[in-house]
Each structure stands twice: as C-alpha cells, then as structure tokens.
Design a binder for this molecule. Structure first.
Ligand code: BTN
Length: 265
C-alpha cells in the first residue's frame, strides 16, 4: 500500500489536533452511506459539538440540490462535522460562506494554491471545482439545534468521471504533487474552529468581506437555476444574510439558493 491507498491515519490526526475542540471525537469508517447522514444521527443523540465523522468511501454521498458526491477512496477527504452554533436560524444561509472561507484558507496554507469561492458552496482552483460543502441543519423552538457541515475535498484524485471531468479538479492535479491528507484535514479543522469562534462572538460582519475577496463573481454575468427556473443577471454583491444580489436587466433580485453558471468564462 502506498500513501494514496491507505486509510487516513486518525491517530496521527488526533496528535496533531493537540486538544482542539473540532475533531475531539472522531468516528472513522472505511465505507458508509453518507458521513452527513451518520453525523445527523449522532447529533440527534446529543453528540458533542466538534464531533467528526470521516469516511474513505460513501455509497450514497450527497451533494447539493439532490445530486450525488463521488470521490475515490483513500485519495480524498469526505467528512462531516457537528456544530451547535449559538446563532439564529437565518445563519443557515451564511454558514456555508464561513466554511468556504475556512477551507479555502486551509488549502492555500497547505498547498500554496489560490482558491476561489463560488456562491454558495463551491471552492474552485484554476476555475474548476476542487471542494464542495453541504450544510444540513435541524431547528428547535429557540433556534438552531445542530448543524452538520459536510465537506468533500478532491485531494489526490487525478481522474474524474466523464460527466464532471471538464469541471472538476484536485489539489494534486493543480499543485503537481501529492498532498498529505492528515496535515490538510488538521489545517481545515483548525481554520474552521478559529472562524467559528469569531462568528459565534461577532456574527458574520467580518466574514462576508473575506468571502467577497475570494470570488471572481462580482460584476460578472451569471445564470442561476432554481426549481427549474433560470434567471440571468450581473452579480452585484452579497446581502448581510448571505444571499446573492443580482442586477437582472435593471431589477435587483436577491437569491438565497440556486445553481450558478458563470457566463463567458
Ligand atoms: C456539493 O458540492 O454539492 C456538496 C458536496 C458535499 C459532499 C460532502 S462529502 C462529505 C459529506 N457527506 C455527504 O454525503 N456529503 C458531504
């Protein structure tokens, strides 16, 4: 076995985490349906904030908008983290932006690559998707009960299924070298934890400019598909709630969800 065909070394990860809250409990699976499903079940049984569910292989890995997430085992990172934010339910639209900024910073730290954010939940390198985020939340009467933050990063995979081969990439392809998954995951958990402390304390005020500084969507023409409806327009910014603000032929539109295609790129 070489390093790209062995299970992620969670003992080494634990040591590197050095007592941090995110990753303080780790559940590792060689094969599972979806780490998000498992984390949701654990969160419903009062698993602590920071609990991490990791898998090499997902038989029903979930992407946004009902799509699937496929990733070769032993080459990538597919994991879910349980959060119990002290934030109002409206924060569900902003939490993906927080996660995108934190994961982008970690990837840059470990690889030197430049990572771009694409609204709402994608990370691009060289214009291609290298990571995706799927947030699933549960509400209680007073607000958010828990949030499961599911993250898939294409780390060392070098070939992709035909349907995504033109739009997907990996850190290894972009950096031209194998990436240490344990170091990368440790860095992701660290940056997630640091930004999480800040948003719980001060809200998303400082986070939105960080996300905006990482996107090339501003002033570009895009089309957004949502529930079978397509809307085109020029990106004008983000609302304080994390919605995308579009100028659609002179009318301002505020979008909270959708699938974005950047036109003319
Ligand atoms: C997307 O880009 O559509 C979101 C992809 C999210 C994939 C991750 S992999 C770990 C976690 N478990 C899942 O079933 N999905 C997320």
């Amino acid at each position: 076995m070489n390093s790209t065909s062995s299970l992620l070394d969670t003992v080494a990860l634990k040591k590197k985490l050095n007592g941090r809250k995110f990753g303080s409990k780790i559940f590792t699976f060689e094969k599972i349906d979806s780490t998000n499903n498992c984390a949701r079940a654990l969160a419903g049984c009062w698993a602590e904030e920071g609990t991490l569910v990791l898998a090499e292989m997902q038989t029903a890995g979930k992407g946004r908008m009902g799509r699937s997430w496929q990733a070769n085992p032993y080459e990538n990172l597919t994991f879910s983290l349980i959060l119990r934010p002290t934030l109002p339910p409206e924060a569900l639209n902003l939490l993906p932006l927080y996660a995108a900024v934190a994961v982008a910073e970690a990837i840059e730290h470990e690889t030197g690559l430049s990572v771009e954010c694409k609204w709402p939940n994608d990370l691009l390198i060289g214009g291609r998707k290298s990571a995706g985020i799927l947030l699933e939340g549960s509400l209680k009467e007073e607000g958010l009960d828990y949030v499961v933050l599911g993250i898939g990063v294409n780390v060392n995979q070098t070939t992709f299924p035909e349907d995504i081969s033109a739009s997907a990439t990996s850190l290894r392809v972009q950096a031209g070298k194998e990436i240490d998954r344990v170091r990368l995951l440790r860095e992701i958990l660290k940056t997630l934890e640091i930004h999480y402390a800040a948003i719980n304390k001060k809200g998303f005020h400082d986070l939105i400019p960080l996300w905006l500084s990482r996107t090339r969507m501003l002033n570009r023409e895009i089309s957004v598909t949502q529930d079978g409806t397509v809307l085109s327009g020029i990106v004008k910014g983000l609302s304080p709630e994390g919605a995308l603000i579009l100028d659609a032929g002179g009318t301002e539109k505020t979008l909270f969800a959708g699938d974005v295609t950047i036109l003319g790129s």
